[in-house]
Design a binder for this molecule. Structure first.
Ligand SMILES: Cc1cc2nc3c(=O)[nH]c(=O)nc-3n(C[C@H](O)[C@H](O)[C@H](O)COP(=O)(O)OP(=O)(O)OC[C@H]3O[C@@H](n4cnc5c(N)ncnc54)[C@H](O)[C@@H]3O)c2cc1C
Length: 423
């Protein structure tokens, strides 16, 4: 069996590494330089990741199994819960990320802490499973969950699903996700060196196992043949493979000439709404020392992470990398003033919590609309299946696909699912 993989983001690289390591000949094409949305960029000595590269519940995560299976070296940098704060009524309070945080936090009061703990227990025990026909917002109303507890449950979802509209998440998706995450002892961890370290490791596994990687090779057409598929790039180079994995988003697949069955299968997903954020990366010098390294502000739907606190390799000596991310409301994106308003909100947060930041800027980068996840989990939207019924030689992987977890976990888990099915 020979496999062609179109797309070298985390999903395509994972699929290629798994098959190559198992001895299957693979060819991977990427229009760019590998990594896709999981890349890092160095500006004046400061490393900015395209993305927050946080892995939630790494002890429960698919990435943990994957790194073992592939023999990948990842250095984990675990989040300090005691340095994580919520902005609450003009001051900072503990994030209820663990029992200590729940005890200390002011975002919910005494009896509500017990109610919130009860919701956690019910979720872990699968007493609460939600309803696919109800969003979590509707579910919280139907179940008459106390206002403070409901708000906290939605805040959690904002941070894990990167969404400004957590109430729209299907309630069954919500409970399935937290059933796993509430059991974790490692709520948030970063990968040392950013995504780039992981991308390089996956590339190493593919090449060491005789896989072929073709960078800067944009695929424009895929045709069915008697034995499989013919793949063509924009320079009219051609390859023959027996099976094909699309590791590019549905809207990119539609730009290629592909057999009608693939076009028809993918079309409904290409118009689904993505999860989008505003990102502001800052390289500062000298370092601003604070007792916190993460702040979430509900009123701005934004968070700031002092990444240098975890990863000293990101900045030159005495320098600091701060990353601010605001969750965008899709329906407001047509308003020309909206992004400016979001940016002002972030600047206000920086003024309050990292006073003097403006005088210390050495490098900065703004991404006005970054796609965190190609298909948002909201009522009326479903992810793409990894296989087309009755077309065994075609598969799809990516964070727009069915899988477990959210964000990059969907990229990893969809790749693992295709590997398991084909081996
Ligand atoms: C700002 C931001 C913050 C994030 N934070 C987190 C986080 O904290 N935790 C987390 O887990 N995830 C996070 N993510 C999400 C994570 O980065 C993505 O889920 C993951 O990178 C998606 O990988 P993928 O392979 O599914 O897709 P992509 O990265 O989109 O890969 C698609 C690849 O296909 C290639 N391609 C496209 N068209 C063609 C073509 N015609 N021919 C050949 N190649 C083609 C592209 O070059 C690209 O490399 C974040 C993302 C962003 C943007």
């Amino acid at each position: 069996m020979t496999i062609g993989i179109i797309g070298g983001g985390l999903s395509g690289l994972t699929a290629a590494a798994l098959f190559a390591k198992q001895g299957t000949p693979v060819t991977l094409w990427d229009a760019g330089l590998l990594g896709g949305r999981a890349t890092s960029q160095t500006v004046k000595g400061f490393t900015f990741n395209y993305g927050a590269h946080a892995i939630y519940g790494r002890d429960q995560s698919i990435l943990r199994k994957l790194t073992k299976q592939l023999g990948i070296e990842v250095t984990w940098l675990d989040f300090s819960a005691s340095r994580a704060k919520y902005e609450f009524s003009g001051h900072l309070t503990a994030v209820p990320a663990n029992a200590w945080g729940l005890l200390k936090t002011e975002v919910i009061e005494g009896t509500n802490k017990v109610r919130f703990t009860w919701e956690i227990i019910k979720t872990i025990l699968r007493v609460e499973r939600g309803d696919p026909l109800q969003s979590i917002g509707q579910w919280l109303k139907t179940e008459r969950v106390d206002e403070q507890v409901a708000q906290l449950m939605l805040d959690l979802a904002s941070t894990n699903f990167f969404t400004a509209e957590p109430e729209k998440i299907p309630s069954d998706v919500y409970f399935e996700y937290y059933q796993k995450l509430f059991r974790t002892r490692k709520p948030v961890s970063y990968i040392e060196g950013g995504w780039q370290g992981l991308v390089q490791e996956l590339e190493r596994i593919i090449l060491e196992n005789r896989g072929e990687i073709l960078k800067k090779t944009k695929i424009t057409a895929v045709e069915s043949t008697m034995t499989g598929f013919l793949v063509r790039d924009r320079k009219k180079q051609e390859w023959n493979v027996e099976r094909i994995i699309f590791a590019v988003p549905p809207r990119e697949i539609l730009k290629m000439a592909t057999p009608t069955v693939i076009q028809r299968f993918v079309t409904p997903y290409a118009s689904h709404e993505p999860v989008e954020v505003f990102v502001y990366d800052l390289g500062l010098h000298p370092y601003i020392q604070t007792p916190y390294s993460y702040i979430y502000d509900r009123s701005h739907r934004a968070f700031i992470t002092d990444l240098s606190h975890y990863d000293t390799s990101l900045a030159p000596k005495d320098g600091q990398v701060l990353q601010a991310i605001a969750y965008l409301e899709h329906d407001r994106l047509d308003d020309p003033d909206y992004i400016g308003h979001v940016r002002t909100g972030i600047e206000q947060m920086l003024d309050v919590h990292f006073a003097d930041w403006r005088q210390r800027i050495v490098a900065e980068r703004t991404i006005k609309r970054a796609v965190v996840q190609e298909i948002k989990w909201k009522m009326g939207q479903t992810p793409l299946a990894t296989h087309i019924p009755d077309h065994a030689g075609v598969a799809f992987v990516g964070d727009w696909c069915e899988g477990t977890g959210q964000l990059s976990e969907l990229a990893f888990s969809s790749a693992v699912s295709v590997f398991n099915r084909w081996t």
